[in-house]
Design a binder for this molecule. Structure first.
Ligand SMILES: *[C@@H]1O[C@H](CO)[C@@H](O)[C@H](O)[C@H]1NC(C)=O
Ligand SMILES: *[C@@H]1O[C@H](CO)[C@@H](O)[C@H](O)[C@H]1NC(C)=O
Ligand SMILES: *[C@@H]1O[C@H](CO)[C@@H](O)[C@H](O)[C@H]1NC(C)=O
Ligand SMILES: *[C@@H]1O[C@H](CO)[C@@H](O)[C@H](O)[C@H]1NC(C)=O
Ligand SMILES: *[C@@H]1O[C@H](CO)[C@@H](O)[C@H](O)[C@H]1NC(C)=O
Ligand SMILES: *[C@@H]1O[C@H](CO)[C@@H](O)[C@H](O)[C@H]1NC(C)=O
Length: 349
């Protein structure tokens, strides 16, 4: 059955300036969206909306208890759900990255364009990546084979904790170093890479505010011996993590945060979806409307900090990052994968 929004939302009579609404049919999806919209924004958006047809197959909603609508409030995009795929239809694929590499943002893009949740090995402890609409991805049973990708930083050692004003030591677990968890995914993985200096500051701000992604950070948090230790830790661990995964992924690819953000986002997403064998069941290979919506909303601010302090690195620290970048380039070259887009890296970092 095809649903026509025209029939659902009624007619706007511009000539008289009066808007009349009639809801002829409401199925679950419609009432769900309508309820949320009316609750959040009142009716005003309906008056302005243009007539448009949407065709969603009747079997579109797989599990009504775990559907979310990331684009509520946008008349042309809000009808697109994000949900789990049917159980045992998507083998496990890792989405691995050093913390601070933009994985939350990347998950939003991938979920938007595929309509399938990404999972997380951190489960419910990981904050939802979309603040509205009951995002359920993090509740996924990791063996359900019902997610598009699974977030897994797979970073050696204990996750460091940096309360405001003091940076606690970073305990690196030497035993775990260089052991990569890709076998848990039958070596299927997508490695997300970002300029390690930017990833480091993003991660440090996160740690300095005890995980509050919008909390305030002071430049004073980034000084002293603990900071020095932390910078060394990141420069080494970032490269260890990247090289470990590049060498152990059998099926997969590398994805660059800066290219997704600044270059051809659509082409990067399509390349990714092709590699992970995703085909949109209703509009193969990729639903162009979903893609448009994902791109239109790519600057959403669910978890953005207003102030992003940085401190200059010493010449020695810069040199460490340069050699880490070179290690990763060498590994990428050997693998035959695209190289880090260093031309897009900020010159001040
Ligand atoms: C909606 O569908 C009707 C009939 O199928 C068609 O005449 C109309 O042009 C369509 N409108 C849009 C915006 O696609
Ligand atoms: C998938 O399996 C889980 C149990 O692992 C179950 O709770 C869930 O309802 C299943 N989903 C579907 C759509 O059948
Ligand atoms: C989210 O879940 C809560 C509790 O289950 C429910 O009351 C609310 O209507 C849901 N919101 C949306 C947008 O689905
Ligand atoms: C270090 O990692 C290894 C392998 O994951 C684990 O067995 C060990 O318990 C860890 N040690 C500490 C101190 O966390
Ligand atoms: C996060 O930080 C912001 C800005 O300081 C503050 O308004 C908000 O309440 C904090 N959230 C939590 C959960 O602490
Ligand atoms: C993984 O790669 C191997 C070898 O290239 C290929 O035969 C296999 O079909 C791939 N599997 C998946 C799930 O992509």
């Amino acid at each position: 059955m095809k649903l026509r929004r025209k029939e659902l939302y009624g007619v706007a009579l511009a000539t008289t300036g009066v808007a009349l609404f009639s809801l002829y049919q409401l199925n679950y999806v419609e009432s769900h969206i309508m309820g949320s919209i009316i609750g959040t924004f009142g009716n005003s958006w309906l008056i302005a909306r243009v007539e448009q047809n949407y065709t969603l197959p009747a079997n579109y909603i797989i599990d009504p208890d775990h559907v979310s609508y990331p684009w509520i409030g946008d008349p042309t995009c809000q009808h697109f759900p994000v949900q789990f795929a049917r159980n045992h239809t998507r083998p496990k694929w890792a989405l691995t990255s050093f913390p601070g590499s933009g994985v939350t943002w990347t998950r939003q893009l991938i979920e938007g364009v595929t309509g399938i949740y990404t999972g997380s090995v951190y489960g419910r402890a990981d904050k939802p990546i979309v603040l509205i609409g009951n995002h359920s991805g993090n509740t996924a049973d990791l063996d359900c084979e019902c997610t598009i990708l699974i977030k897994d930083h797979d970073i050696a050692g204990q996750v460091p904790v940096l309360p405001i004003g003091s940076i606690n030591g970073v305990t690196v677990n030497e035993t775990k170093k260089n052991t990569v968890r890709s076998s848990a995914y039958s070596n299927r993985g997508v490695l997300l890479l970002r300029n390690p200096v930017d990833a480091m500051f993003t991660h440090a701000r996160f740690l300095a505010t005890s995980g509050n992604k919008t909390g305030l950070v002071s430049e004073k948090d980034f000084s002293g011996p603990r900071w020095e230790e932390y910078v060394d830790y990141v420069a080494n661990t970032w490269a260890d993590h990247a090289v470990g995964w590049i060498e152990s992924i059998h099926n997969g690819t590398v994805l660059f945060y800066e290219r997704l953000l600044h270059e051809d986002t659509a082409a990067e997403l399509k390349r990714l979806l092709d590699v992970i064998h995703f085909r949109d069941p209703h509009h193969p290979p990729v639903d162009p409307q979903r893609l448009d919506c994902a791109l239109k909303h790519k600057n959403r601010k669910d978890r953005k900090r207003l102030k992003k302090p940085m401190v200059p690195l010493t010449a020695n620290q810069r040199k460490k990052f340069e050699s880490s970048i070179e290690r990763v380039q060498t590994s990428l070259r050997k693998k035959g994968w695209p190289l880090l887009p260093v031309y897009l890296y900020r010159k001040d970092s």
